[in-house]
Design a protein around this ligand. Structure first.
Ligand SMILES: Cc1cc2nc3c(=O)[nH]c(=O)nc-3n(C[C@H](O)[C@H](O)[C@H](O)COP(=O)(O)OP(=O)(O)OC[C@H]3O[C@@H](n4cnc5c(N)ncnc54)[C@H](O)[C@@H]3O)c2cc1C
Length: 407
């Protein structure tokens, strides 16, 4: 048994604490706020079993021209935002080419397919069933060509990964989702994915479980992490091991310990809207680059990626998402005065960093889950905990790969 410090109480940090605790370690989690109030609060709430391929950068000439011209809503950028991460974005683009993307998907798919079986026992033990739906989500298709492509995709995902999906026509969609008033040609029902009606509350419930089982959560700043003798110390908490799970804030800390992490920060926004009759499932409207998730606070409209240093007060992607939502639903007024914003911590090779930080005794990385950290937290937590206990870890996820490739 060891004393372990986990830095960060998002989905990734809290589930790291739980996985280590289950193996008999004494764990302290440090966060400067409350558990699950940052990126793990603001996401679309999907626990995805169908996202078997990591999110590649669109590289078709038409898509690139659209992005460069600032049209479309999938990726927005501005000069300072792009300039600050241009090297990482370039590597992300190179890794989005078919051969590299296929390689990453082999590892990614294995991780994603474990997500519900890892979340399941935690949801039960945390008593969080009331904020979990287990009947999938719906992806809309507006044209015959898109529907046909979706059919092929669903068949491929079924054959290669065992993903459950069903194509539904307009009549079935209307029956499943009477709140959709627009005439939509068809949809994919990704039926084995789960989702939460309050992602922040799920992390808080996991954190409460961790504390109930004897774990300690300290409110403090992990930024001063340092060595004292054989121990790691952060804000007066100590441990023989320290795990960096600070999501998008992780690279700043690891740089002090010799690990430069080229992260792509994909900003997203959300806002809740009142609705008399909300949809029964989350609705992905990728044609409009948004996901509509029915949450306890209202319908959450979550946007795609923006490469900007500072958030915008009236983000165009959210404005567009709201217009799309008003076409689809009887949407009420916004709940909050201002949108929420946060950044997806994306690695250029699309795989999270899970394992030992090179040349630092007992310092571990656990971050960089990109578009699916809410889904993957408990999956990679198990891999990390096993490696900390002497297991081999997963080679494709090792932080050492950054040094081997010179960044
Ligand atoms: C709009 C949007 C939609 C998304 N939708 C989904 C989805 O549907 N499904 C999915 O799986 N993923 C989704 N994601 C991605 C997912 O939210 C992230 O990958 C995940 O939340 C990352 O979790 P984390 O624990 O690594 O980081 P975080 O949740 O950000 O946690 C990091 C923690 O570190 C703490 N911290 C930072 N610095 C310090 C410091 N110096 N000292 C102490 N504490 C510190 C913070 O307070 C925070 O609590 C989405 C993301 C966005 C932005």
């Amino acid at each position: 048994m060891a004393e372990v410090l986990v830095l960060g109480a998002g989905m990734v940090g809290v589930t790291t604490g739980l996985a280590l605790q289950a193996r008999g370690h004494q764990v302290t989690i440090i966060d400067r706020g409350s558990p699950g109030r940052e990126t793990s609060y603001g996401n679309a709430g999907l626990i995805q079993t169908e996202a078997v391929e990591p999110y590649a950068m669109p590289l078709q000439p038409a898509a690139l021209i659209q992005i460069a011209m600032g049209r479309g809503y999938d990726v927005k950028w501005n000069v300072p935002g792009l300039a600050a991460q241009v090297g990482a974005v370039w590597k992300y683009a190179v890794n989005s080419l078919p051969a590299a993307h296929r390689r990453a998907s082999v590892t990614w798919g294995k991780l994603i397919r474990q997500s519900t079986e890892r979340h399941g026992p935690l949801i039960a033990a945390a008593g969080a069933d009331n904020i979990i739906r287990r009947d999938g989500y719906i992806e809309l298709h507006r044209t015959a060509a898109k529907l046909q492509k979706a059919q092929k995709n669903a068949e491929r995902f079924m054959t290669e990964f065992g993903v459950q999906a069903r194509l539904i026509d307009r009549a079935e969609l209307r029956a499943m989702e009477p709140s959709i008033k627009a005439d939509i040609l068809g949809a994919t029902h990704w039926s084995d994915s789960w989702n939460s009606s309050d992602p922040g509350a799920l992390v808080a419930a996991y954190a409460a479980l961790f504390q109930k089982q004897g774990g300690r959560i300290v409110n403090g700043d992990a930024g001063d992490l340092h060595r004292k003798g054989n121990a790691w110390v952060a804000d007066e908490a100590t441990g023989e091991h320290a795990v960096v799970a600070l999501g998008p804030w992780s690279p700043m800390l690891t740089a002090r310990f010799g690990l430069k992490v080229p992260m792509v920060y994909k900003r997203g926004y959300h806002r809740h809207y009142r609705m008399e009759a909300a949809p029964h499932h989350p609705i992905a409207d990728f044609g409009n680059s948004v996901v509509f998730s029915p949450m306890r606070r209202g319908l959450r409209i979550a946007t795609a990626a923006e490469l900007t240093l500072h958030p915008r007060s009236t983000p165009p992607q959210l404005r567009h998402g709201e217009e799309a939502a008003r076409e689809l639903f009887d949407l009420g007024a916004p709940v909050e005065a201002e949108p929420w914003t946060g950044r997806r911590p994306c690695m250029p090779d699309m795989l999270p960093l899970v394992g030992r930080i090179p040349d630092q005794p007992n310092l571990w990385a656990h971050f960089g889950h990109g578009h699916q950290g809410f889904t993957l937290g408990p999956v990679t937590a198990e891999i990390l905990a096993d490696e900390l206990d002497g297991g081999e870890g997963w080679e494709a996820l090792q932080p050492a790969r950054l040094k081997a490739r010179k960044g």
